[in-house]
Design a protein around this ligand. Sequence first.
Ligand code: COA
Length: 205
Amino acid sequence: MTTPRLFQLEDMFKFNHIVLDPLVEVYPLPFFLPKILEHPDLVLTAVAPDDRLVGFILGTRIVDSQEPRIIGDGNYQQSACHGHISALAVAHDYRRLGLGTRLMESLRQLLDRYKDPYVDLCVREKNHNAIDLYETLGYVKYRWLPQYYANDHGYDMRLPLASDVERRSLEGITRNKFYSFGNMIFHLLIIFVEGVRQILKSDTR
Ligand SMILES: CC(C)(COP(=O)(O)OP(=O)(O)OC[C@H]1O[C@@H](n2cnc3c(N)ncnc32)[C@H](O)[C@@H]1OP(=O)(O)O)[C@@H](O)C(=O)NCCC(=O)NCCS
């Protein structure tokens, strides 16, 4: 089994076969590069014995507030941040071998060192394989994201990290569920109204 290693800039010339998948969000270089340069320690790749790149995970940290905060051991952290996974992909012929799990777990361990309270990510509502993987690893659907993607809804999923012993980063999840329910009703209503409008339009022709 391959061990994840840090992503190197030349890996960007080797990962097209992984990212050109309908479920992988393809980002332009101006998106990738700053993230890789900002936190190169949080971008990992899995390499096959023949040196082919077979998986990668793009982790980063998002600043929530510039307010310094006390972390578990009494030290101060300059700003409050949380971990974020911007992209995860495993090559087709290497799926279901545990690589996705290994990349996710390695990143979690790295984020734990920063003592961030949680890590989050966004996933398409229809991407059941990825959602299964995340739920297996303890992530929970924190918020429903209507129309987050051009042609799909999404979920914001969260995993409390080791420093969040009381799992406070999951607070608000019940409120979000009510809000998501309201949003869902609103969307169904729009679809219904649009359907009625189309029927009336075709009747008047
Ligand atoms: C999602 C993805 C990263 C999973 O990678 P992977 O290396 O196959 O994942 P693992 O082998 O570690 O799978 C772990 C668990 O996830 C779930 N899972 C992953 N792929 C699955 C599939 N095709 N069908 C059902 N469950 C699946 C299972 O619970 C699996 O555990 P199991 O094999 O013991 O049943 C990979 O399928 C992929 O690259 N997909 C396209 C890109 C993508 O969707 N990225 C995520 C965007 S948010």
